[in-house]
Design a protein around this ligand. Structure first.
Ligand code: FUL
Length: 693
């Protein structure tokens, strides 16, 4: 062999080898997650536990003077909580060690307002210890919710309270093993008992808590922890601006280290933010956070929970799902069933990744190197990824199934250790030889899951159409998730007419009016129908083609409001608040100054024992009442107060507010708004109902 040729060949081989070795991984772009944030993000799904004196008083927020003797969970079994969470596929549990009322679920050395003075286990109990042990047994991580606002402490608002708060943190972060997350609720200051002062205490939340030093303490005590705060004081994780169970479709895991964090930054993140602060979606399995027996039939349905799954984990966030504990110390069977049904549905939806066995091809590969090739996005390895050269910011990955294949879900993950990069992407399917766009989206992040109607296609194309830096995709998946039918909505209008509205117009509806579970042998709903008196309507939807049925939904209605007249306004739209429809609302005119009254002539004398208020659902310009008085009258002139108070957590959880009072006769009612959640004069209502005896 010619020497020159031989040397040439050796040079060629070694330079190919050399160039492969030379294909370097992309440099990190922008802020990246810490190891603690990474570990947390990979947990994806974990539980909240709300348990305190509120459990015994049917309240959302305690005032701080509730009797510790009420706390007696005779059947408390933290192993039941852990078992349910484990079976539900969760990775940890965060518990309300202390809620706003100040009551401590552990025997804190620094207060008498704790389990040590409760009848439960003769004051020898410690809920946090029992949960820590149960978590250990079930392989779950433990997290702590410690409310900064403390309506019991006489020192709240003074510097001494910060020492008290830190002392409690020290107890919780040293005595119970590893803590994965600590949660500082954002509800701060206001009225409370405060050791008997019973007053309104305001704090400057930007300075009062001195979070910087508290965070330092936390990290010293628990180096592997992540700190949650509601955005104002930048921690490791952020609230997503709502307790309704979703983060924005566009969701950057970034915020700026300083400056205000309004709702849209919490909900969507900040595209060019300078810090890695990913979102956590927190929501309850029932409308409220604490246990209220009246909500046993209001546990979220499978379609609702599934939506939250897609709107949290499917949108680059984690999912923190709350279980309220019953007074006996257990999770209610309805909540258990809902969580297990969700786990089953998630498993079914993602059982088979159709990408396995398919051929993948990328439009461009970093340095043409195998280790950054398309196959790295479907190899099931989280540390390998498909990437392009630094200069390439748009690229496609085509999946060839080899035969027509049906699917309705697409999953993509960026390798976020190198930063969140993708700004826009779409997916297309090759159907009968033509490319059809299935979805057009913005961010991906740690995980993005898209839902679209089932399609049958031979190929799928994932196009990254804009990216901050070269795309780095660690995983993609394509699935065919079974369809889940959504329960219909039941409405009773002002005249007493029942309307049952299916989510899908093609489904059939069956219903009962006697409190029994409807079946396909029950009455079929065709048109709205007239009803009188108090009533419980239960209904479900079923799809004749597949035979699938939705969960059953039930609504209880008090007396119809046919004869009610809203006094003091000529505006016909005011009657939207009596139309039974939660999505229509009315608000007082813009010149309104608080306090403002809603006065209703009931048309005849009724025996009342409470009322229900549902606020207007307007997150941009809320009109939500936070403090109220409620008056009754027989003649519309002489009024007597029947109730007054606050709607505790209405700002973050703007759902039904029910207030009961001693039975009274009334022909007129006056619902007076004293304050709203924004400290301005916007006052509105989606619905207003009365509870008759
Ligand atoms: C809110 C609190 O005020 C609620 O009571 C609940 O604990 C929720 C998780 O956070 O801000």
């Amino acid at each position: 062999m010619n020497r020159i040729f031989l040397y040439g060949a050796i040079f060629l081989i070694s330079s190919i080898g050399f160039s492969c070795k030379q294909t370097k991984a992309p440099e990190p772009f922008g802020p990246t997650p810490s190891e603690n944030q990474m570990r947390w993000q990979e947990m994806e799904y974990y539980a909240f536990i709300h348990f305190s004196l509120n459990t015994y008083t049917d309240q959302s927020w305690g005032n701080g003077n509730e009797d510790v003797k009420l706390f007696n969970p005779t059947e408390l079994d933290a192993r039941q909580w852990a078992r349910i969470c484990k079976d539900a596929g969760m990775k940890g549990i965060i518990i309300t060690a202390k809620h706003h009322c100040g009551f401590c679920l552990w025997p804190s050395e620094y207060t008498e307002y704790s389990v040590k003075n409760a009848p439960w286990k003769n004051g020898k109990g410690d809920v946090i210890r029992e949960l820590a042990d149960a978590c250990k047994e079930y392989g779950l991580k433990l997290g702590i919710y410690l409310s900064p606002w403390d309506r019991n402490s006489a020192d709240y608002g003074k510097p001494e309270y910060i020492t008290y708060f830190r002392n409690q943190l020290k107890e919780l972060l040293t005595n119970y093993g590893d803590i994965f997350e600590v949660w500082y609720d954002g509800a701060n200051g206001g009225t409370g008992y405060y050791g008997g002062a019973n007053e309104n205490r305001k704090i400057d939340r930007t300075t009062y808590y001195d979070w910087k030093n508290t965070y330092k303490l936390v990290r010293e005590l628990q180096p592997n922890i992540v700190i949650w705060n509601d955005g104002g004081d930048r921690a490791d994780l952020r609230w997503v601006g709502t307790e309704g169970g979703s983060v924005g479709e566009t969701n950057w895991s970034l915020l700026n280290a300083t400056g205000d964090v309004p709702y849209d930054m919490l909900h969507y993140g900040v595209e060019n933010g300078d810090s890695w602060v990913p979102g956590e979606v927190n929501t309850s399995i029932r409308p409220e956070w604490f246990y209220h027996p009246g909500e046993d039939t209001k546990v979220k349905t499978l379609p609702q929970l599934m939506d939250t799954y897609y709107n949290s984990i499917g949108r680059n966030a984690t999912f923190l799902l709350n279980f309220p504990i019953m007074p006996n110390g257990l999770i209610h069977p309805n909540d258990e069933k809902a969580a297990l049904d969700l786990a089953k549905a998630i498993k079914e939806a993602f059982a088979v990744n159709l990408v396995e066995g398919a051929k993948v091809e990328a439009s461009s590969v970093r340095g043409n190197a195998k280790k950054f090739g398309a196959a790295m996005a479907i190899d099931g390895e989280k540390e390998t990824y498909w990437a392009t050269d630094d200069s390439v910011k748009t690229a496609s990955l085509t999946i060839d199934f080899g035969a027509p294949t049906t699917f309705n879900r697409f999953l993509a993950q960026e390798y976020i250790r190198l930063g969140q990069r993708v700004k826009a992407f779409n997916i297309e399917a090759l159907v009968d030889g033509n490319w059809k766009e299935l979805a057009k989206e913005t961010t991906i992040g740690y995980k993005r899951i898209l839902r679209f109607p089932t399609v049958k296609a031979t190929k799928l194309r994932f196009n990254i159409t804009d990216s901050k830096a070269c795309p780095v995709i660690s995983n993609i998946g394509v699935y065919e998730a079974p369809q889940i039918l959504t329960a219909p909505t039941i409405i009773r209008n002002q005249s007493g007419e029942i309307h049952i509205i299916p989510a899908d117009a093609e489904s059939e509806i069956y219903y009962t009016l006697d409190g029994t579970q409807p079946t396909k042998d029950s009455k079929k709903y065709i048109n709205p129908f007239q009803t009188e008196g108090k009533l419980k309507v239960s209904a479900f939807a079923t799809e004749p083609a597949s035979g699938k049925s939705s969960p059953v939904t039930s609504e209880e209605f008090d007396l119809p409001r046919k004869e009610w007249k809203i006094i003091g306004t000529e505006d016909e739209n005011a009657y939207r608040i009596l139309d039974g429809n939660l999505s229509t609302a009315w608000r007082h005119g813009s010149e309104t100054k608080l306090p403002v009254d809603l006065v209703i002539d009931l048309g005849k004398t009724l025996v009342l024992s409470g009322f229900k208020y549902y606020p207007e659902q307007n997150s941009w310009q809320p009109s939500t009442i936070s403090h109220y008085e409620f008056y009754i009258s027989m003649d519309g002139k002489n009024w007597k107060k029947a109730s007054e108070g606050e709607f505790s957590n209405i700002k973050n959880n703007p759902l039904w507010q029910t207030k009961k009072f001693d039975v009274v006769n009334a022909r007129f009612i006056k619902f007076r708004a004293l304050r709203n959640t924004e400290d301005n004069n916007n006052i509105g209502y989606a619905e207003f109902h009365l509870i008759t005896d």
